[in-house]
Design a protein around this ligand. Sequence first.
Ligand SMILES: C[S@@+](CC[C@H](N)C(=O)[O-])C[C@H]1O[C@@H](n2cnc3c(N)ncnc32)[C@H](O)[C@@H]1O
Length: 434
Amino acid sequence: MKAEPSNQYIYIVQSSKEQSVCKIGKTNDLERRLSDYNNQTGKSKDNVYNYLFTCEVADMTAVEKDIKAEFPKFREQKSREIYFFNNDLFADYVNFIKSHKLFVKEIFIKTEEPKVEKVIKVVKKTTPSLKERGITAKDVMDEAKKAKDDEFYTRYEDIEKEVSMYDKEIWKNKVVFCNCDDAVDDTDDRNSSSFALFFMHNFNKLGLKKLICTHYGGGLDIFNQGVQGYVAYISVTTDGEHIHKEFPKNYNGSFDHPISLKILNEEADIVCTNPPFSRAADYWKIVIRSRKKFLIISNHTNVKNDAYIPYFIKKQVWAGYNEVLWYNNSKKQLAKASGYWFTNFPVQNRPKYKNLKIVPLKEIPEKYKKYDDSKTLLVDNCYIPSNVKKPFAVSVYPIVSGILEKGYKIVQEKQYRPFINGKEIFARVLIQKI
Ligand SMILES: C[S@@+](CC[C@H](N)C(=O)[O-])C[C@H]1O[C@@H](n2cnc3c(N)ncnc32)[C@H](O)[C@@H]1O
């Protein structure tokens, strides 16, 4: 007698405590697998696993293997199926799975809502009640989710590593402005942002004229600086550091507050920070409009998002030298996320050029080239066809590895969303040989 084939599922699960990553795995029993996860944590109130996506597949081992091959850079550890998580990456994972030839159907499982009282922790003690503020618990949860996405604090060594790649002359006699919660604490370095510390420590080495840092009062206050925004003016002379803080009335320290904008437009020469993920599009717009020089960290997938593609086309921004994968979270523990440096400073001899495999189409292995329903060529794994004249679509990696400096241009202002056999697969950027 032939045995009934057992059900095979692929799932994406996430712990409420670690929202910068997710696990992509396989199982024959979705319910049991989820309760296994929750039993591990004793289902403690503040650590609950929930499925973000579940589906049935024809061969879970094959699909799981292909996911690993497709997203090698986003895996945390080779032995576990932990992947970086943010909304764009999640959409890529789901698109990839849904467009896989072994995908059968999506399964919808009711997930547990995070407890409201946990999320409310991000609201300041001085905040009036939800009713008084005219908002619902759901609004608070949405805000908390955004705040979660912004909880990645840059490590000193990542700033040091990136800055060391540029000509030192670019800093000489310049006013550097760090404008996204770059707190300065004169008594305890642990309460200063790494950007503030780095530029204070290297003030003379870089030949800076002035450093201006703002503290944002509306966030999680990881630097223990309180709810009142401030502007810190710093200079370093032979007598040491001179820090002067101003607390203008009603100033929250937001990068788009009129006081911050005035500093940006009238005083700053170079802007350098890691802006909040949830406000990155507004931040880029303001900084690029200011025509100031900048060196900032943002999500690497910005390269293929509609809000940012026009800046790459107009050559108002390009990738810096390094990716930034590790941050401190609000508990000052290491947390992984996929950031990249972006700048408008010249980048010389980009080491990442070596990732680009520019070869004739016939030399690209079959598994890395395919045509979508509109007959557009899609290439992966940093392969670039040297002899194709028509536009073709690539992932973000060739872009951050410098393909736009190698005789190729972006030809569509919006991200390219390919369909194969009517199913949407992950979005890319449409480029063409010049
Ligand atoms: C990704 S963290 C980076 C913090 C710091 N710049 C660093 O690199 O360590 C983004 C910070 O921006 C703050 N933030 C959120 N909204 C902001 C706004 N409108 N203006 C300035 N900062 C904001 C968040 O509270 C968070 O501290």
